[in-house]
Each structure stands twice: as C-alpha cells, then as structure tokens.
Design a protein around this ligand. Structure first.
Ligand code: LLP
Length: 441
C-alpha cells in the first residue's frame, strides 16, 4: 500500500494523474482545459483507472476461486455510461430500487446478472424485477417471502432468491456504515430461530427457489477479520440448513464494503489480500462442513469506482478570520458531496492550476451552502489559495454523485469521462429548467 505522504501526493488520484506544465492532468487532459470547457463543479472519471479496478478485482478472485460473480453495487454511482462499461467487463450489478433497475435495463445490461436488494422493496419494484428477469431477488424480511411467491406465481414464474441474514458481525467503520450487527435493519437475524424459519418458508414456496445466502457487514471496512467471521457464519448456517431442510447452498455472498484511500494516510488492504482472505475462509469453512464450493458473489461498490473519480471546484471567496485562520470557499460542497458533513469523511485537495507550488498554508476548504457544517476539508495544507484557483479533490468516485442534492437549489454537476486524451460528457450539468421541471404551476 502507498506509504504515508504529503497532501500533494498523486497516489490517491487516478492512475493517469500527472503534473505537466504546472497543471494537473488526467487521462491525458489538462484539468484547467476541462474546467474551461465544462465548468465547475465537475466530476471527472478516469476510465482507465475504472476499468483497471474492475479487471483487477475479477482477476484477484478468478485466480483463486472457481466460480465468482462481481455484482457491482450500483448505489455507489450508476448511469448508462457506467452500466455499459460494467456489462462489457462482464460484471453483474446489485441494485436497490426501480430507478437503478431502470438504468440497467435501459442501458441493455444483462438483467440475469442483476440482483435486487432492499429492506423495504416496493410491490412495484418486486413486479418490475420479475418482469425484467432480474437474476436474483435478495429476500430481506419474512413478509417478502409470501409477497414475492404470490407475485411470481401469478406470472407463472419461479423466482430464484437469496436470503439476506444479519450475521451478528460488527465491522470497524463509521456507525452509519455498519450493517451486519444482530439489530441491523437489514436482513433476518441469524441469532434465534427467524432465519431458519424463513428458509423453511422459502423452501415450501412453490414459486421461489432458494439459491443461497447473503450477509453484507458494512462499508469502508479496512479490517479483513470481520469478513472471515462473516463467511464462516454464513457457511455454518448454510450447512445447518442443508441438514435441517435439505437445501443445497449454491451461492454465498459476503456483500461488499472494501475500503479505499480518501487520504494518503489511510491504509486499506489490497484487492489480493481481500481475495485471499475471503476465498481461504470460504474454502476452509466449506471443507470443514463437507459442502461443495458455492458460487461466490461479491458486491464491491466503492472499491470499483472510488479512486477513478475526481471533483474539480473553483475557489471563490477567501476569508481570513482572526483567531481562526483562513476559509477558502469553493463553488460546490455538501450538495455535490455530503460525505464530509454526514460521516466526517476526510478528503484532500490539490491546486490543479499550480501543482508545482509548495504547500505553505493551512486553509479550511468551505462549501458554498447555507450550513455551518458544509466544510469539505477542515485543514488542507496547500499553496496559499487565490480566487479563481481550481481545486481537484481525489477519491470522489463513490457515494458523492448518487447522494447529491439540490440543496439551496444547487445545480447537480456535469460528469465527464476521460480516456487517452479524449473527454466525453456522460451527464450534462443540470439547468434551472431541470430544477422546476416537476413544479405544477
Ligand atoms: N452490498 C450491499 C448489500 C450494500 O448495502 C452495500 C453498501 C454494498 C454492497 C457496497 O458497499 P461498498 O463496497 O460500496 O462499500 N453512503 C455511504 C456508503 C453506504 C453503503 C451502503 N451499502 C458512504 O458514503 O460511505
């Protein structure tokens, strides 16, 4: 992993990031030119880094385990351009709503590689999943069993399902990002009888076919031990259910959640380490329980798109506050990236138009929205900022765009993909007409 380094380190930027003529370049393009052409705030994806993340992830598992599906977690970010790339690279997709299903379907994504999650799937979403031929519905609660069975039966279908359990594994991450504890709102607790009751009910349902089990423990996790525990608990439960109900677990999914670097100081495991930990734990547990190796389903979101994304802002007002320091405000903030305000997530920045200048000042990078908590970076060590400077914030590819809002009636930024010296606009910036498009006058 990257050694600790200064704020101006390129290691957490996309792999094609370069310093050239005093500017920051990505994918063979000068960010100063991109800002001029598309305006700011601007989300930029480096396609080479993105595709490399998909391939490295696949490769790390494929070389260690016989049957793997990477079902990319669309909630981290999805649009038609990304859906087409995922399809081309052979990934699947984990979706959680009619909206995400619709994007996948409209992009021509192979729906048999799509898995529908959700702790409260709407009837319309279950119907849509059946009609579009979604590969797996992941049952999250007991009520869904009868409901889906009835909907499938009415259509003359047998729906393949996974059962999501809450394994009682606490991962070390922000409490909002933990999902595997006994009291989680997601999944049926493994502790007690509810999960085995659910298995019996699914097995007895004529229009459902239980394919296996799922347990996702959380997000932005660096420690691999909870994954080993999670896999061991899933396999133990699957073996127990085989004995009690005669159902063979053909697929197992420990979810997603692998962390990435948002700052150079963070030290997540490599994708090889992740693959080794999970495949070893699964092979060991399956052999201990005499189970044939199930197909392994992984749902990485952030670790696929996170590093490939950079957000570019323009610095506006600069304010020296005696007794505090300097605020440099940018033309975006919590409306395009709520993660610092919501999770106290840390980011760094680089002055894209003056990359060779020394970091001589500590400044607070503030957003432009009407919240005191709208601070992007509390203490950024950078050259002294001036109005008009361009700030590039790396590692924003996951969970910034999909969590964006129109707070203060901000316009959601454009998204540009860069590759080999070419930029493609994959989402235009919103307009004021978009903001009022749903208003009834
Ligand atoms: N599978 C399931 C069932 C999930 O709930 C999630 C994320 C994932 C996979 C993908 O996790 P990833 O590999 O991306 O960590 N908004 C938060 C993250 C919420 C994640 C929710 N579930 C953030 O900005 O950090």
């Amino acid at each position: 992993m990257a050694p600790p380094s200064s704020d101006d380190d390129l290691s957490i930027f996309p792999a094609t990031a370069r310093r050239l003529n005093g500017h920051l370049w990505l994918g063979g393009l000068d960010l100063v030119d991109l800002a001029r052409e598309y305006g700011t705030p601007l989300h930029i994806f480096d396609e080479a880094t993105l595709v490399d993340a998909m391939r490295s992830f696949r490769q790390a598992f494929a070389t260690r385990y016989p049957s793997v599906l990477l079902a990319y977690a669309a909630k981290a970010f999805i649009n038609p351009w990304l859906a087409r790339l995922l399809a081309r690279e052979g990934l699947g997709m984990d979706v959680v709503s009619a909206g995400e299903m619709a994007v996948a379907h409209d992009a021509g994504f192979p729906m048999e590689r799509v898995h529908l999650h959700g702790n409260n799937k709407l009837q319309a979403e279950l119907e849509m999943a059946l009609e579009l031929g979604v590969g797996r519905v992941v049952i999250d609660n007991a009520g869904e069993i009868g409901q889906l069975n009835q909907l499938a039966s009415a259509r003359g279908l047998v729906a393949p399902v996974l059962l999501r359990v809450a394994p009682g594994v606490e991962a070390h991450t922000h409490q909002y990002l933990q999902t595997g504890g006994h009291y989680s709102k997601f999944g049926i607790p493994l502790q007690g009888e509810q999960a085995s009751r659910a298995v019996r009910e699914i097995v007895a349902s004529s229009s459902l076919r239980l394919v296996g089990y799922h347990a996702h423990i959380g997000s932005q996790i660096f420690d691999l031990l909870p994954y080993r525990d999670n896999v061991a608990r899933l396999v133990e439960f699957a073996a127990d259910m085989r004995q009690q109900c005669g159902v063979e677990p053909l697929e197992l999914s420990p979810g997603g959640g692998w962390g990435i670097q948002h700052t150079p100081e963070e030290d997540p495991p490599s994708v090889e380490d992740v693959a080794i930990a999970i495949t070893n734990a699964l092979q060991r547990a399956a052999s201990a329980h005499g189970l044939p190796l199930p197909r392994l389903i992984l749902e990485p979101g952030r670790s696929i798109v996170g590093r490939a994304g950079v957000t570019l802002y323009t610095v506006g007002s600069i304010k020296d506050v005696p007794g505090f320091g300097t605020y440099a405000a940018v033309d975006g903030g919590m409306a395009d990236n709520i993660r610092p305000a919501l999770y106290q997530a840390s980011y760094t920045a680089m002055v894209a138009n003056r990359v060779d200048e020394e970091a001589t000042a500590t400044q607070t990078i503030a957003g432009k929205y009407c919240e005191t908590g709208d601070i992007l970076i509390p203490r950024a060590r950078l050259p002294r900022l001036r109005t008009g400077d361009l700030l590039a914030v790396p590692a924003t590819g996951a969970y910034a765009i999909p969590m964006a809002s129109n707070y203060n009636l901000a316009l959601k930024p454009a998204i540009v993909a860069v590759l080999d010296g070419r930029a493609v606009l994959v989402r235009r910036r919103q307009t004021y007409a978009d903001l009022v498009a749903c208003e009834v006058r």
